[in-house]
Design a binder for this molecule. Sequence first.
Ligand code: RNT
Ligand code: ZN
Length: 419
Amino acid sequence: MEPNVKQAYEAAKALYAQHGIDTDEALCKLETIKVSMHCWQGDDVKGFLNADQELTGGISVTGQYPGAARTPEELRSDLDKAFSLIPGKHKVNLHAIYTDTDEKVELDQLEPRHYERWVTWAKEQGLGLDFNPTCFSHEKSSEGFTLSHPDAEIRQFWIDHCKASRRIGAYFGEQLGQTCVTNVWVPDGFKDNPVDRMTPRKRLKASLDEVFAEPIDPKYNLDAVESKLFGLGSEAYVVGSHEFYMGYGLQNDKMICLDAGHFHPTEVISNKLSSLALFTSGILLHVSRPMRWDSDHVVIMDDELLEIGRELVRHDLLGTTHIGLDFFDASINRVAAWVVGTRNTIKALLRAMLEPVETLKKAELEGDYTTRLALTEEFKSYPFGAIWDYYCASKGVPVREQWIAEVKEYEQNVLLQRG
Ligand code: RNT
Ligand code: ZN
């Protein structure tokens, strides 16, 4: 470790200690937190199963930066590169379309063996895996409906796909000794005002009941359901709204997935955690950055990210919250996108751990809102960067912006060599 990194750490440590904050302890805790890095940033949500299909489901990737992964090997190589620049041991979030197999297989016929090479790799790298059925980019979703489709046959296809996905999740969990979270998100909805808002929701509810009917050991797989306010082409109505899945999740003991981009523009998921946590045994997050709409920009160190970190730390929710990332930007180097978003997410948690929460709580309880405001603001310029740098150095990953050069080199030697 460079001596100046260590020196800066010692100086910062002493400052935090004056407020009773133990930086060594904070780093020990930070080390145990896993972020689930989404594979789909690496290839613009194409996958390998039907890679020639256009991206549908009301989500969209913009940009033409060269170097997107074209094969599972390339994607794993890019993930390896990203993880070498991120401190800690984490998870990878796979979508069903990211099969690694020579077989031609349909979504409803998927089996654990189609992901065996991912499992082998995850074992080698000490990573966990999470999973998602892919209910989009398919001819059977082309009418904008999947699990709530009025046609029973099409519905059955998607039910079978989701059932298969849970079994694959359980296989991941069992093989890797780390619980897999399988998250169901469907794009179902109407572009224009519906007449009947209820019947599609009844169908979605019945389909989900079938999907979850098979008991699976929660040690291996946990289920989550993800709501949404609107999508491209489902502006007027989304079947799986927040209220729908909040009801479904609470009634059926399924985790609710909060995606930062799936609410009204001034509505934030950070303010939902302390409520939801009172009524659930766990929450899944899709940390993302909506800009004016659900645009899935790379996560930056903005107020909402910090607030999410604070809520998780202050209310001791880290043990029960599964932190997933969900963004896709094809206008910049995709490995860099992962590194920026993941480092920021971890860094935001660290910043939250380095706040004088007990003092602030006490001030609040005593009605001393002056101290609450003043101390909060002063802490914004406390030297958390020195603690972060030390953490990166002690985990053997590049300190500060040093990682950028490594990504550029990888771009030259690997990404730009791809056709
Ligand atoms: C879409 C949801 C969903 C997807 C991924 C690819 O709005 O956020 O999580 O982004 O499944
Ligand atoms: Zn999401």
